[in-house]
Ligand binder design. Structure first.
Ligand code: SAH
Length: 449
């Protein structure tokens, strides 16, 4: 049975035959592969001015508050103002490197929908969709495998804080066929329709996405959420804060809070062994919401990001123009990010859902059949330049010293998804009627035997 079911996922991979080259950018840099920055570039004074005014009024702020202001302040926030993705931006992500990435995630989504018993409604929800490339690749797979989806009604829901990026997503996904809501208070702030007629809705918060069977995808989303930083001192855990440098009034610096803060008293685990920890409380709340939704409505979540399993200490960093950037310098002009602590997400998910992973991107993509997909593409590709690009993007995604071992996949699943079939007393088990659960693609090795 297992082999048969694995074969099914493999067949889905083979059936996703896209005529295009599957390469977006040849030799771009990811946020993880950047060299250190030699430059100190032009500042964006409005954000610095905003922060110094705030700091003068309130005193030092937490790193989480600093990060939130810098990244998502509705007027001057980095994500709100910029198009930061791609070779001309500050960093590049896997979906931007090759469409194979999104296609394989599309197969994962269909496989999970099948594993859940093919519900009639499928809400595809992406958190932080960037340019919309991943969603576009997933939708293409869904339309190529429309016969598998049968009569299921599919809709796309995008949780995006940046109006500028939502517009870009709308251009890419709906051929500009989208409309902004009349009032800013509407939970759905933009609506549109894909070329294939699928409804697309944009929300600022996950809370606003309607209830219903959903598959959630978050690629390089959790690393952009604000983190608190804590340091072990002789007096106990203290929070690291951001303040104005007293010697240079237009410069910021880190300080350690002299007494406990609410966050340092509540967010550090009693048995914590590290001397320095980063906790993404906002990410924890989002995982709790996802977990509750999956428990109540069914569905699954796939989180892909760089991160660790509760081992790393100091990962807060900035990126600008594909270079590392001082997190406190020219705030608002650079991306700020921190590794995702998957052990924290697992703890916050609680017992209501089953957690799988983290597994490395290399393992996940290989389990999803990236090698088979590459063979299919290379077989139909004669242009030497395109072949070279295909091979180099494959290498970028899977090479252990590139993105292969640094990025990880983590999943939240409804418990029923992994449950063994119950034995019916007194009756002989008919294997066809009582199948073992479908293996979770990506987290289980694909085998054709
Ligand atoms: N997933 C995309 C983009 C990653 S960048 C990719 O991999 O290419 C992070 C994305 O999350 C951006 O779209 C950004 O605007 C969005 N984002 C950041 N913080 C957010 C928040 N608090 N709520 C919703 N979206 C957020």
């Amino acid at each position: 049975m297992r082999a048969f079911l694995c074969l099914k996922t493999q067949q889905l991979v083979i059936r996703v035959l896209s005529p295009s080259a599957a390469v977006r950018w040849g030799a771009a840099q990811s946020r993880f592969l950047c060299s250190s920055s030699p430059e100190e570039s032009k500042s964006r004074p409005s954000m610095l001015r905003h922060l110094t005014t705030k700091l003068k009024a309130t005193g030092p702020i937490t790193v989480a508050e600093y990060m939130r202001e810098v990244l998502t302040n509705p007027v001057t926030g980095y994500y709100v103002r910029n198009n930061m993705l791609g070779p001309d931006g500050d960093f590049i992500t896997s979906p931007e490197i090759s469409q194979i990435f999104g296609e394989l995630l599309g197969v994962w989504i269909i496989s999970e929908w099948m594993g859940a018993g093919r519900p009639k409604q499928l809400q595809l929800v992406e958190l932080g969709p960037g340019k919309g490339s991943l969603a576009g690749d997933v939708l293409r797979v869904l339309s190529q495998l429309r016969s598998v989806l049968g009569e299921a009604s599919v809709s796309l829901h995008l949780v995006e804080v940046s109006p500028a990026l939502s517009l870009l997503q709308a251009q890419n996904l709906t051929r500009s066929c989208s409309q902004e809501a009349d009032s800013e208070d509407e939970p759905v702030y933009r609506r549109g329709e894909t070329a294939a007629g699928l409804p697309v809705s944009w929300y600022r918060r996950l809370d606003d996405v309607p209830a219903g069977f959903s598959i959630f995808v978050a690629h390089e989303f959790f690393d952009a959420l604000p983190i608190h930083k804590f340091q072990r001192t002789q007096k106990g855990w203290r929070e690291v804060m951001v303040d104005i440098d007293p010697d240079k009034p237009d410069k910021l610096r880190f300080v350690v809070a002299p007494s406990p803060t609410l966050a340092s008293s509540t967010l550090v685990q009693a048995d914590e062994r590290r001397d320095h920890v980063e906790v993404c409380a906002e990410g924890g709340v989002i995982v709790q919401q996802l977990s509750k939704r999956i428990t109540e409505e069914g569905g699954a979540t796939l989180i892909a990001d760089y991160g660790h399993d509760g081992t790393k200490t100091d990962t807060f960093r900035g990126f600008k123009g594909h270079q590392l950037h001082d997190v406190l310098s020219s705030p608002g002009s650079a991306d700020l990010t921190a590794d995702v602590d998957f052990s924290y997400l697992r703890r916050m998910a609680g017992g209501g859902v089953a957690c799988l992973g983290p597994v490395s991107q290399r393992t996940f993509l290989k389990n999803m059949g990236i090698d088979t997909r590459m063979q299919v593409l290379l077989r139909s590709c004669v242009d030497p330049t395109t072949r070279k690009q295909l091979i180099s993007s494959y290498d970028m995604l899977t090479n252990p010293i590139k993105m292969g071992e640094r990025f990880h996949f983590f999943s939240l699943l409804h418990h029923s998804r992994l449950a063994k079939p119950k034995k019916t007393e007194g009756l002989k088990l008919d294997k066809k009627k009582s199948p073992a659960p479908l293996p979770v693609a990506g987290f289980t090795e694909l085998s054709i035997s």
